[in-house]
Design a protein around this ligand. Structure first.
Ligand code: ADP
Ligand code: TMP
Ligand code: ASP
Length: 237
């Protein structure tokens, strides 16, 4: 088992620790909830533990589907061991159903199913409020080359295919989600960061109940109750 050494980075929802193995990090899931790039903030007991458990389950599903992820093993109730990646500073959003900023920006009705998935890119920058960018921005400003962008799109769609089916079996509609990718020490493109209801929209398939962080963003109900329902449902698949 690896040993946690020093803090590498503290973000809004997680901490990353160095370990005694230079190729491995420990990812710690905090209880902090933020929205609108940190403008709204709360500390919610048990959120970190639930996010850790949900991420582990989803990354295990993804490995089954042949998507390489940074997940190595569980470490504690709110920590996992991951491969150290050189992160690409781009948030990759995949959408199956109209919601959130897509509904707002284009004046579309929330809940409408899209005829095919939409991929969007955002530049990861808190100061700039994560502005939307396109493939040319990514290439021209050197965040990733053309071949990598194509691989990211291919992997994002594979993640979507895999998770749509798994969540459907769990009785959950996968509305949209955000991914982050990076390169491992051998130069392989790998899915990093997390898959949690902080960075995805998950609705109960039967009732339409919102189970994700929109409960916190828009005061729709108790966050923990939603996250517990997600964990209970996905644990059965
Ligand atoms: P933020 O920086 O958006 O506030 P978090 O609180 O989620 O985000 O912090 C986690 C940070 O760790 C993010 O910046 C993310 O890009 C980075 N990260 C995720 N997985 C890895 C990894 N395997 N190796 C290195 N960095 C990672
Ligand atoms: P959006 O509709 O607000 O653009 O969000 C799309 C998806 O991306 C949603 O599942 C939430 C997730 N997301 C993040 O993970 N981080 C962010 O900073 C934003 C804005 C969205
Ligand atoms: N992830 C961003 C934040 O933590 C925005 C959001 O999720 O709404 O503020």
């Amino acid at each position: 088992m690896v040993e946690e050494t020093s803090l590498l980075y503290e973000g809004k929802a997680k901490k990353m620790y160095n370990t005694d193995d230079p190729d491995l990090l420990i990812e710690y899931f905090k209880d902090d909830a933020t929205a609108f790039n940190g403008k709204k903030h709360a500390v919610i007991d048990e959120k970190g533990a639930l996010n850790k458990a949900i991420t582990v389950k989803v990354f295990q599903w993804l490995e089954e589907c042949g998507v390489p992820t940074h997940f190595v093993e569980e470490y504690s109730g709110r920590e996992i061991v991951v491969k150290r990646l050189k992160m690409i500073p781009v948030e990759v959003v995949v959408r199956n159903v109209v919601a959130g900023s897509l509904a707002k920006r284009l004046g579309l009705k929330k809940g409408e199913k899209l005829p095919r998935p939409i991929i969007e890119f955002y530049y990861k920058s808190d100061e700039l409020d994560d502005p939307m960018i396109n493939e040319d921005h990514i290439e021209v400003f050197g965040w990733a080359d053309r071949e990598t962008i194509n691989k990211i799109k291919e992997m994002a769609l594979k993640v979507n295919e895999c998770l749509r089916e798994k969540f459907d079996k769990a009785g959950i509609l996968l509305v949209d989600f955000k991914l982050e990718f990076g390169f491992d020490k051998d130069g392989n493109l790998v899915l990093g960061d997390e898959f949690t209801p902080d960075g995805s929209r998950l609705w109960d398939k039967e009732t339409g109940e919102v189970l994700d962080k929109d409960r916190f963003r828009h005061d729709l109900g108790d966050l923990i109750e939603g996250y517990e329902k997600i964990l209970m449902k996905i644990s059965r698949v």
